[in-house]
Design a protein around this ligand. Structure first.
Ligand code: HEC
Ligand code: HEC
Length: 452
């Protein structure tokens, strides 16, 4: 800075002072107004937009992968990409200690390297260029933070593109900017090219990233919803072996476990000795040696963490006498005299609770599937006998009333249904009225058949 400019600046400062504009209180006041505005904006965003909360923290969940808050994602991504670099990629402290130190050091040193007294941006090209490359880099790293560096099929193409865009280009840009810090035109070109190529590469990466499967959503929020959701899931996955009320002590009708003695899981023995956390873990991992398969996705099962939570909640509130269950909605509306039940309103929920666990694809069930209206009427090794309109000898009706089906030699070919425990009378009555009246599907069809 030569004396001439120094004099000019001092003069300008004197003029401002004369006008009465001071740091305190004038500039501070502007700052306060601005910060207050941002604060109010944050309050409004938090109140009206918010961010979705994650599931409740669970210290026993070993499958949880922690992620940093979004404003740290760029560092997280930087570290992941850095690990991809040849040679130095393995030396982690370079990335975690040295690089951030250099970055902070450079930011601190910029005023000393670039001593221009001017405030106009046209005269502050070096710091502005560095800032542009850095901000573009941070934004892009944040945007691509979800993209894996190694794809599921083992391809590293996306990882390489990300490393070029996130580390290689910015590094080259910074070096060039410092090397040619007196050549304005060169610095502008460098910054422009670096930013454009980084945006282009990251855009390509995002475009090439396969769509992720929809994240698991929490559907049940109230306790009643969670218990009901848990009951449905329990009915589908667990009744087969443990019975609809957890009371089964000897497994029947399940291939490979026929006659197996188990502790009823609705007993105090089980409920008082297993905490919620270990119950979730037990259901996730199963009891592979005893014949109970794993249910948690982490162990190759079908259920998500929150689904297993719902089953646990259902078990507690239904069987554990230390918990008082809220009033749950009835499985199906009670039938009046002469009222005909329909598939949609009555049969479907009953089948879902008592039969689906075995009568769905992949289970031992004589190919009798019960997941849809059509399947109930048309599938099974004995399809033509299972459900016959107006006929009490339909196999379905006989078996749920405790009469096994025998062949001509008197050998049992179909056991009672469900195999381990008979249904309540009112449930049997629903099946009976439904089949005797021609299996109406919709509530309207059923109403037309009902007699007041
Ligand atoms: C294929 C049969 C089968 C299915 C399906 C099944 N289990 Fe099990 N389960 C078993 C067997 C066998 C045991 C071991 C029983 C024992 O050792 O007393 C067991 C044990 C348990 C126990 C521990 C009991 C104890 O004595 O500690 C719980 C709790 C349990 N199961 C819950 C469930 C839940 C919840 C589901 C559904 C998500 C389920 N099970 C599905 C067969 C099954
Ligand atoms: C624990 C598993 C299990 C449950 C629960 C269960 N079933 Fe079955 N079901 C079977 C098996 C296994 C067969 C094959 C015959 C046998 O082994 O007895 C079968 C066969 C049948 C058949 C004969 C199908 C054919 O074409 O041969 C009918 C009808 C039937 N079940 C009805 C029901 C109904 C209705 C329910 C619900 C109320 C039900 N089942 C629940 C295991 C089950």
């Amino acid at each position: 800075m030569n004396d001439e400019t120094k004099k000019q600046i001092n003069e300008r400062y004197e003029r401002k002072l004369e006008k009465g504009e001071r740091f305190w209180p004038d500039t501070i006041f502007k700052d306060v107004v601005m910060s207050l505005g941002i604060f109010v904006l944050l309050l409004l965003l938090a109140t009206f937009v918010g961010i979705p909360a994650e599931a409740k923290a669970d210290p026993s969940d070993t499958s949880y992968i922690p992620r940093p808050e979004w404003y740290f994602l760029f560092l997280f991504k930087f570290l992941a990409l850095y690990g991809q670099l040849p040679l130095i990629g393995k030396i982690e402290w370079l990335a975690t200690v040295l690089v951030p130190t250099i970055a902070l050091g450079v930011l601190t040193l910029i005023p000393f390297i670039e001593k221009s007294p001017h405030r106009h941006y046209g005269k502050r090209i070096l710091p502005i260029s560095i800032m542009i490359v850095m901000v573009v880099g941070i934004v892009l790293l944040t945007l691509t933070s979800e993209v894996p560096t190694v794809a599921e099929d083992g391809s590293t193409l996306l990882g390489t593109l990300q490393t070029i865009s996130g580390i290689v280009i910015p590094t080259i840009a910074y070096l060039l900017l410092f090397a040619f810090k007196n050549n304005t035109r060169f610095m502008l070109w460098t910054t422009g090219l670096a930013a454009v190529s980084m945006i282009f590469l990251s855009g390509t990466v995002l475009a090439l990233t396969p769509e992720k499967e929809a994240e698991e959503v929490e559907v049940a929020t109230t306790l009643t919803e969670q218990i009901t959701a848990g009951q449905d899931l329990y009915s589908i996955h667990c009744t087969e072996c443990h019975g609809d009320d957890g009371s089964v002590a000897i497994i029947e009708g399940v291939e490979g476990l026929e006659g197996e003695k188990i502790t009823p899981i609705n007993s105090r023995d089980v409920l008082y000795t297993i905490t919620d956390a270990s119950m979730v873990e037990l259901i996730s991992y199963g009891r592979p040696n005893a014949g109970m398969p794993p249910y948690g996705k982490t162990y190759g099962g079908e259920l998500s963490k929150s689904e297993i939570d719902y089953i646990t909640i259902f078990m507690r509130y239904s069987w554990d006498d230390r918990f008082e269950a809220p009033v749950l909605p009835e499985l199906f509306p009670p039938l009046a005299d002469g009222e005909v039940p329909s598939y949609d309103v009555h049969i479907q929920p009953i089948v879902k609770r008592y039969c689906i666990s075995c009568h769905r694809p992949g289970k031992d069930n004589n190919n009798y599937l019960m997941t849809t209206y059509e399947e109930i009427l048309t599938t099974g090794d004995h399809a033509e006998f299972n459900v016959i309109a107006g006929n009490e000898t339909s196999y379905l009706l006989q078996t749920i009333q405790g009469q096994p089906i025998l062949d001509e030699n008197g050998e049992e070919i179909i056991s009672i249904m469900p195999p381990s425990r008979l249904l309540n009378e009112n449930v049997v009555d629903v099946f009976m009225r439904w089949i005797m009246n021609g299996m109406p599907q919709t509530a309207a069809d059923a109403a037309a058949l009902s007699t007041p």
